[in-house]
Design a protein around this ligand. Structure first.
Ligand code: D5M
Ligand code: FE
Ligand code: ZN
Length: 498
């Protein structure tokens, strides 16, 4: 291939913010479509690698070739008999007619088709300004923060002050006091939360936006008397549907993994397609990401794949979805294992993947605000729970509801920047929870749970993958094969086990 192609390839590499080993350049230039091949390798990585080596691009090509041959003949999953129902009688509404209206799904908000960022330094500055502006405005409307001042002005005050700032740093002194560095457009100030203060129990994480009331001492330290997070209003009520539709929630199906639980999958699909009254009222299925296991998501993943071609994984999933009853409309968002950019907000799947599926699947971004017959669902895969679990003492992978509440209190899906959750610096911070949803659903941690917080129904959808060697090594005990079902008329939720 000529020097033109080499130039184009190198321009593409530098635009993606990575480096290519000289051997890898030569190898790619020997291929039919060097840029497409590199692009597909980069898409399969969770984070853009610092350096792409010859062995990486070679292995990606080899895996794709082998799998394409293997999977074309994968069998359709057999349906097995369902287990006895485990749904309490109170969830059943006797004598209700099953509704025969058509599905009504609207995507109210997601990034698909609206991405503007290129990852420049200015993009990041603009992204954080937007985060501060939107969350700051929410805090400004709070009574406890009335008359909030710029930090530059508050620093010189000798009376009680109120400020709003982004947490630039949070540390604990050797005596157990906590010091936050708060920043706004004008200045920065250290804020002390004394160990014996009633505020000591409040958790604060880096990059969240908070309000503080207190007094500045003679050493320029603001002693906090009140700490305010944007939080949800206390007055919200669940806005239910008029019809009797119910929605079921799944996540982390991980099709293509050796540990994908096909027996449990057969049971749940048989139940959904069966005669059970509740099963028949399930009109919607929300799938919160990691729908396939992906390729090259973590080191040596290829050893754990049953299907090692990314398209073949989606084809297998498409067959599984096609076997669901026609009355079920599926809303599907991507997660960190899926074939879209890893940085959040993630767009919906590209056309090349969408076209593998039937028309009863609605594709949306991660996160998305979606309306099901007017009930507003905020769906987010939940990668940021990795960062919340490491940052907040007492938070655990087994209690995802706590992490979800932590997000709602901060009105942000991924408050901590620079951890495991890659964030794309879009012009507007799409991870802000601007509109209060009726229901908030996540997945990712391979646990399960339902709860409510200030009128919002919380669902953490379960996985359909057994424990992987990686999870075993990290002591992560999954709770697979549970199906949360929510009555869209009342918000009442149950979990059925398969
Ligand atoms: O995540 C499956 C589980 O593994 C979930 O509990 C999070 C955890 N996990 C995944 N990646 C990491 C890292 N990098 N650190 C700590 N814990 C992690 P899945 O997204 O399906 O791989
Ligand atoms: Fe997962
Ligand atoms: Zn995940």
């Amino acid at each position: 291939m000529g020097p033109r192609m080499r130039e184009e390839l190198l321009a593409f590499v530098s635009k993606r913010g990575t480096l290519l080993e000289p051997d890898a350049v030569d190898y790619l230039l020997s291929r039919q479509d060097p840029i497409a091949e590199l692009d597909s390798f980069l898409r399969s990585c969770v984070e853009t690698p610092f350096l792409v080596r010859l062995q990486d691009v070679r292995r990606a090509a080899e895996i794709a070739r082998r799998a394409a041959a293997q999977v074309r003949s994968a069998p359709l999953i057999e349906l097995a008999a369902p287990r006895a129902a485990a749904i309490p009688a109170s969830f059943r509404r006797e004598g209700e007619p099953s509704v025969e209206r058509s599905a009504e799904v609207r995507i109210l908000r997601d990034i698909t088709g609206h991405s503007t960022c290129e990852g420049t330094l200015e993009d990041f500055a603009r992204y954080f300004r937007n985060r501060f502006k939107v969350l700051g405005a929410m805090l400004r409307s709070r009574r406890e923060l009335g008359g909030a001042q710029d930090i530059s002005k508050a620093r010189r005050s000798t009376r009680e002050v109120r400020i709003i700032g982004m947490v630039a740093d949070v540390r604990t002194t050797k005596n157990g006091h906590r010091i936050l560095e708060l920043e706004d457009d004008t200045d920065r100030i250290p804020v002390l939360i004394p160990a014996d203060s009633p505020l000591a129990a409040e958790t604060v994480v880096a990059d969240e936006v908070v309000g503080v009331a207190g007094t500045v001492n003679d050493r320029g330290l603001l002693i906090a008397q009140a700490l305010v997070q944007p939080d949800l209003p206390t007055t919200k009520v669940f806005r239910g549907t008029e019809g009797h539709a119910r929605a079921a929630f799944m996540s982390d199906i991980h099709v293509g993994s050796r540990t994908f639980l096909d027996e449990k999958w057969s049971k749940v699909t048989a139940w959904l397609g069966g005669a059970d009254e509740i099963a028949r009222s399930v009109r919607y299925l929300v799938v919160s990401g990691d729908v396939v296991d992906g390729i090259g998501v973590y080191p040596r993943q290829d050893e754990e794949l049953a299907i090692d071609d990314i398209y073949a994984q989606y084809e297998a999933l498409a067959r599984m979805m096609a076997a669901l009853p026609d009355r079920v409309t599926v809303v599907m968002i991507p997660g960190n294992h899926d074939a879209v950019r890893p940085a959040e907000p993630q767009p919906a799947f590209p056309t090349s993947i969408q076209k593998l599926f039937d028309s009863n699947i609605v594709f949306a971004g991660n996160p998305s605000l979606v309306s099901l017959e007017g009930v507003r669902i905020l769906a987010y895969h939940g990668r940021s729970m990795d960062d919340l679990v490491s940052a907040i003492p007492g938070m655990s992978y087994h209690r995802p509801m706590d992490a979800m509440k932590a997000m709602l209190r901060r009105r942000h899906l991924a408050p901590i920047y620079g951890g495991k959750t890659p964030i794309a610096p879009e012009a507007e911070d799409h991870l802000i929870i601007e509109e209060v949803p009726d229901l908030f659903v996540t997945g990712h941690v391979h646990s399960v749970g339902v709860d409510a917080y200030r009128g919002v129904v919380l669902v953490n959808a379960s996985t359909w993958q057994a424990q992987t060697p990686y999870q075993k090594m990290r002591n992560i005990e999954p709770m697979p094969g549970r199906l949360p079902i929510v009555d869209l008329a009342t918000g009442q939720a149950v979990i059925r086990e398969f």
